[in-house]
Design a protein around this ligand. Structure first.
Ligand SMILES: *Cc1c(COP(=O)(O)O)cnc(C)c1O
Length: 409
């Protein structure tokens, strides 16, 4: 099956009543006609459903769809993108371990990783993740390299093939957050990534009607090494799928950050149109970026799909179908940025990305308000900078709204 077909039919199980949409199983628990059956399900020796915190038919259907779309072995959903990230890293790390991450990460992830210090886990944030910086920082204690395909809001582009090679050479798990790029633009597992994460709240759901996250497991033999002693029991029994087996048996159950069946249904509906939406997001964002760049009142525009971007070359290598829908631009002062936002009529001022609607935010005073000046600079966030998540409206209407707002600065 090709991409758009998989969005709709990938790993679909035919419903016994003939429903074409996956039914919503709003049931916390599932009854079985024998004690032996429930024993089998709960001890993991037979398939089936017992309790929705562990698994649920609607949630499972969404997980199977995501695994198909990403080209992964299995997928595990979570209540939010943040809980998916937390589950993924804490399923691997132990006290004394190290993680290497980009300093341009999504603010929530940056804080999450920083907070791991209280568990005795050390995080090294690097301004640029490349061969030289990785080689200089990877030690025997390094278990994970964590990056974003395209950083939010820095919009730096990760050279995935290169990082994957260094991770393989050093037996380090490579986790990538592909929320901004989505499987429409890239399947990171095909580039040697071990685990792909999405905040499904964004482009996967598409219309911002539910919060969720997913971890897609590509399978890896890295866990077999002595470095990952905590995986020993799982690699013996589950081989390359040790990560997901351990996740389900330990922290997944412990944390209980399960995706709601209703949210899984909404995500299943939303993801069917991912290809159509992403095509339009990319086209609109490029047009808006080019318009902004041509206007003399705009100090600078950051969009990896622009020739002027320092990431243009690498974006061309991985993202031939477009550079997604997020861009940032600078207006010279915070005052100008606020005036601009206040003048917009169609474009909404709120903290979100990846919606069908065009969205703007002043990151420095909102999502990054608790970060230090130095951290903000590392994240590519300045006092005069706005982040735009370009929607799928008619681009003329988006540009007209922006034109109106530029007049007041
Ligand atoms: C929004 C976002 C997250 C967090 O996801 P939630 O669903 O809001 O918890 C993680 N990473 C990136 C890149 C995001 O944009």
């Amino acid at each position: 099956m090709n991409f758009n077909t998989r969005l709709i039919h990938g790993n679909h199980k035919v419903d016994s009543a003939g429903a074409t949409n996956t039914p919503i199983y709003l049931s916390n628990a599932f009854a079985h006609d024998s004690a032996e059956k429930l024993e089998g399900i709960m001890s993991g020796t037979s398939m089936g459903f017992a309790y929705t915190r562990i698994s649920n038919p609607t949630v499972n259907s969404f997980e199977r769809r995501m695994a198909s779309i990403e080209g992964g072995q299995v997928a595990t959903s979570a209540a939010s993108g943040m809980s998916a990230i937390y589950l993924a890293v804490m399923n691997i790390l132990e006290t004394g371990d190290e993680i290497i991450a980009s300093s341009g990460l999504y603010g929530g992830t940056y804080t999450l990783l920083t907070n791991l210090k209280s568990f005795g886990i050390n995080v090294k944030f690097l301004g640029t993740i490349d061969e030289a910086s990785l080689k200089a920082n990877i030690t025997d204690k390094t278990k994970i390299v964590f990056g974003e395909t395209i950083g939010n809001p820095k919009l730096d582009v990760l050279d995935i093939d290169l990082v994957a090679k260094v991770c393989t050479d050093n037996n380090v798990i490579f986790i990538v957050d592909s929320t901004i790029t989505t499987p429409y633009l890239i399947n990171p597992l095909k580039h040697g990534v071990d685990l792909v994460i999405h905040s499904t709240s964004k482009y996967i759901n598409g219309t911002s009607n539910s919060i969720g996250g997913i971890i897609v497991d590509g399978g890896s033999s890295k866990y077999k090494s002595d470095k990952f002693k905590n995986f020993k029991d799982y690699t013996k029994k589950f081989g390359k799928l040790a990560f997901t087996a351990k996740l389900k048996a330990t922290i997944g159950k412990d944390l209980g950050a399960a995706l709601s069946p209703l949210s899984a249904f909404l995500n299943l509906t939303g993801v069917e149109t991912l290809g159509l939406r992403m095509c339009q997001h990319c086209k609109n964002a490029k047009a808006v970026a080019e318009f902004l760049e041509s206007n003399e009142k705009i100090v600078s525009v950051n969009y990896p799909g622009l020739k002027s971007s320092k990431y243009y070359g690498i974006a061309q290598k991985y993202y031939k179908d477009g550079a997604s829908g997020i861009l940032t631009f600078r207006l010279g002062s915070k005052e100008n940025a606020f005036k601009f936002v206040n003048e917009l009529k169609l474009v909404k001022n709120l903290t979100n990305i990846g919606d069908t609607k065009t969205i703007i935010i002043h990151p420095s005073s909102t999502i990054c308000v608790t970060n230090t000046e130095e951290e903000k600079e590392n994240m590519g966030v300045y006092d005069d900078l706005l982040r735009l998540s370009v929607g799928i409206e008619d681009v003329e209407d988006i540009i007209n709204d922006i034109k109106g707002a530029i007049k007041v600065i």
